[in-house]
Design a protein around this ligand. Structure first.
Ligand SMILES: [Zn+2]
Length: 311
């Protein structure tokens, strides 16, 4: 319009916007409030360097740190029928799916991978809480079956990382059917004499706790993870009693015999190597001899970088 709006204002804006800090460089710990530099945080697997609080980690970041050299291939999962009930709450189910896919850059709430840890070949599968609360729908059921079938075919142990708010209500009864389906899948591993190790992460609740997350040969949890069927608030309101300190948290469940181990995320890889080698009747890993995992790559959502690396 005039000299001020066309020239002066854009110049001023550009000077000020240049000074702004990129928003995602720092992350505030939700437990102790410390500001953590994003690279330092991802190098420490999203565990607060000040208080040790375990923050959420995506399956892809976890697998990059878990597998030798960060190398793994994805196991294909059969696609279920989309939106079988034509479900709609405030939003249509397909719209919710699209939003979750856009926000996470993943297709669904579970990732299945084939690779080696400490030179021991394994199949691993991890649930993504950031994808619709990691909810167990038909895809998650298919993913666990695909993981179990792959493990049986290749005679490898299966390691599952659980994180879920429960069943996916948008799929109604079809999501609940994943409980018996995944139980049968776990049974396939047991019949084949292969170890099934469950790593429970915060939070693992609902139908997931009532099926495949509690059927492992070994149950390990990350510190302070909430693991329950019904949450503490629901129980407190039902029985009208004050619940004990730390109720349904990992350490409490370890004390009461529900878990075998509570292990820090930064020590999880070594522990999983030891346990899988022990259960597969292999000699213990020699420390220093094993290839170290690569540091977690910057989460650039470039499709070329996202392609699984070939072994
Ligand atoms: Zn902290």
């Amino acid at each position: 319009m005039n000299w001020i709006t066309n020239y002066v204002r854009p110049r001023i804006n550009s000077i000020f916007s240049r000074r702004e800090m990129p928003e995602n460089l720092w992350h505030k710990c939700s437990e102790c409030g410390t500001m953590l530099f994003h690279r330092e945080l991802s190098d420490n697997l999203n565990v607060c360097t000040n208080c040790g609080h375990h923050m959420a980690i995506t399956p892809r970041e976890r697998f990059n740190a878990l597998f030798d050299g960060g190398v793994f291939t994805e196991v294909a999962v059969p696609e279920p029928k989309a939106d079988p009930l034509q479900f709609r709450d405030q939003k249509k189910y397909p719209d919710r799916m699209k939003a979750a896919q856009k926000a996470t850059g993943e297709k669904e709430a579970m990732l299945v991978a084939n690779g080696e840890i400490g030179r021991t070949p394994i199949i691993a599968t991890a649930q993504d809480f950031s994808f619709m609360g990691g909810s167990m729908g038909m895809y998650v059921g298919n993913a666990i079956i695909a993981a179990a079938e792959e493990a049986v075919k290749l005679k490898r142990p299966l390691i599952l990382f659980s994180a879920a708010g429960g069943a996916r209500m948008q799929e109604g009864i079809l999501s609940l059917m994943q409980m018996p389906r995944t139980t049968v899948a776990v049974e396939m591993l047991k019949e084949a004499g292969l170890p099934y190790i469950v790593v429970l992460t915060h939070p693992t609740t609902g139908g997931v706790t009532a099926s495949y997350a509690m059927l492992g040969d070994v149950h390990i949890s990350e510190p302070n993870a909430l693991i329950c069927f019904a949450g503490p608030r629901v129980i407190e309101q039902t029985i009208r009693e004050k619940l004990p300190e730390g109720f349904q948290r990992a350490e409490y469940l370890l004390d009461h015999g529900m878990l075998d181990r509570v292990t820090k995320r930064t020590e999880m890889r070594d522990e999983l190597i030891t346990i899988t080698r022990m259960l597969m009747n292999q000699p213990p890993a020699v420390r220093g001899d094993l290839p170290a995992p690569e540091p977690v790559a910057e989460t650039a959502k470039d499709p070329a970088e996202e392609a699984p690396a070939e072994k």
